[in-house]
Design a protein around this ligand. Sequence first.
Ligand SMILES: [Zn+2]
Length: 113
Amino acid sequence: MPIYEYYCDRCKKVSSFLLLRATEEIEPCCKSCNTKDVRRILSRVSILKSEESRMESLLDPSKLSGLDENDPRSMEKLMKRMGREMGDELGEGFEQEMEEAMSEPESTPQEDL
Ligand SMILES: [Zn+2]
């Protein structure tokens, strides 16, 4: 079921319209102040989807060339690049956290298999 969202320029509110049938026609208006001075905005669903495809393009195999998953340095570089691409979503502490996660303390016992 398609959901259309309209942003009201007057009261800055968003009105959602749920279409029960694809053929149904709606007359967009603001549910708060009743003005027809509204404009169509992208619903959160479609924003989320574009976020996903951004993630997919980041994980595109052609971009991962030269990546050695057994090499922590190489993985770290990739994660940092993704951190930069994702920007605000991951927050400023992301690189720092990656740094800490990647550098294991020397005292950690490691068994050779
Ligand atoms: Zn309004």
